[in-house]
Design a binder for this molecule. Structure first.
Ligand code: NAP
Length: 326
């Protein structure tokens, strides 16, 4: 009998085909509506493999009810939507899609950085709303990117890809990780600094660390107060890393100059969220890796991880490697 799989959202056909060749596949195929949690829970009870999205919360209770679940393949590099400890306790493999999205996510990070620095969405609205009456020397002026200082919190795969772009813009590159990365220092001319120094010196503070207990609320009132009044915060990591109410206050009180956000504590961000009222906040709907080519590749990688696990192999992108020693 073929193993059974549930896919929680419509994914590119090429990945569905890969899975159909070896598995019984059921897919939630409504493009705009996520699978209701009750249906997801029912499916998890019986399937061998779950192919899920970062927007699906896969919690301990769900996993405890699973009778056959061997693998959860997440279509993302971040996996904070899955209770990894619970998965490991149940011997369920969890996989992600690292690496293949580095360049697309770095492109988006840099686009957001530039759009925020040079007020692109605001300027575009200005034209469309008929407010453009004449040219004026200080009209819609922003911050320089070329030659500025960028501080990357989380100099990992994507952080390094962002640093390569920053190098092309002649930027001074600072970074902060829990551990130093001498290879990145050598290749990119990046300087390792404490979080405090990074916040105090950077014109752009860019978040690219994973969302964990340690990085939850990493940027709150105290950290925002350490930043320069002309600095810009860019969050392409996960919403929970920034205290949004403190960010709102810092922006209103002009403690920092602007923010570019691809991610939010609650997604989709509620339309009445105070941050959406501020012109110096550029917002995106969590599209870091959303290039056509990258999303297709990610869907194939997630399918391949799923098949490896169901075929009794160690998946290429196993997250909870600790289960191998069990
Ligand atoms: P990665 O290669 O694992 O890099 C993460 C980096 O963060 C590592 O260098 C790590 O270094 C550092 N880090 C971990 N904990 C830290 C902490 N407490 N303080 C400071 N630095 C810390 O991951 P990646 O593939 O670059 O992806 C990074 C994150 O980006 C993902 O987890 C995901 O949430 C997010 N992402 C978002 C999008 C989007 O669409 N917006 C797309 C892709 C990825 P140390 O271990 O030395 O600390």
């Amino acid at each position: 009998m073929k193993p059974s799989i549930f896919i929680t959202r419509k994914i590119p056909e090429i990945a569905v085909q890969m899975l159909r060749e070896q598995c019984e596949v059921e897919m939630w195929d409504k493009e705009d509506i996520p699978v209701p949690v009750e249906i997801l829970r029912e499916k998890v009870k019986t399937v061998d493999g779950l192919y899920c999205m970062l927007s699906d919360s896969i919690n301990k209770e769900m996993m405890e009810e699973a009778q056959n679940l061997k693998v959860i393949s997440n279509l993302a590099v971040g996996y904070n939507n899955i209770d990894i400890q619970a998965a490991s306790e149940k011997g369920i493999m969890v996989t992600n899609t690292p690496g293949v999205l580095n360049e697309a996510t770095a492109d988006l990070t840099f686009s957001l950085l530039m759009a925020t620095a040079r007020r692109i969405p605001e300027a575009s609205d200005f034209v469309r709303n008929g407010e453009w009456k004449s040219w004026s020397p200080m009209l819609l002026t922003g911050q320089d990117v070329f030659g500025a200082t960028i501080g990357i919190i989380g100099m990992g795969r994507i952080g390094e890809a962002v640093a390569r772009r920053a190098k092309g813009f002649n930027m001074n590159i600072l970074y902060h990780n829990r551990s130093r990365k001498e290879q990145a220092e050598k290749e990119l001319g990046a300087t390792y600094v404490s979080l405090e120094e990074l916040l105090a010196k950077s014109d752009f503070v860019v978040l690219l660390a994973p969302f964990t207990e340690e990085t939850k609320n990493l940027i709150a009132k105290k950290e925002l107060e350490q930043m320069k009044e002309t600095s810009i915060l860019i969050n392409v990591a996960r919403g929970g890393m920034v205290n949004e109410s403190d960010l709102y206050d810092a922006l209103v009180q002009k403690k920092i100059w602007a923010a570019g956000l691809d991610v939010f504590e609650q997604e989709p961000v509620p339309l009445d969220h105070p941050l959406l009222t501020l012109p110096n906040v550029v917002v995106l709907p969590h599209i870091g890796s959303a290039s056509i080519k990258t999303r297709i590749t990610m869907s194939e990688v997630a399918a391949s991880n799923m098949l490896q696990a169901l075929n009794g192999q160690v998946p290429s992108d196993l997250v909870n490697t600790n289960i191998l020693t069990r």
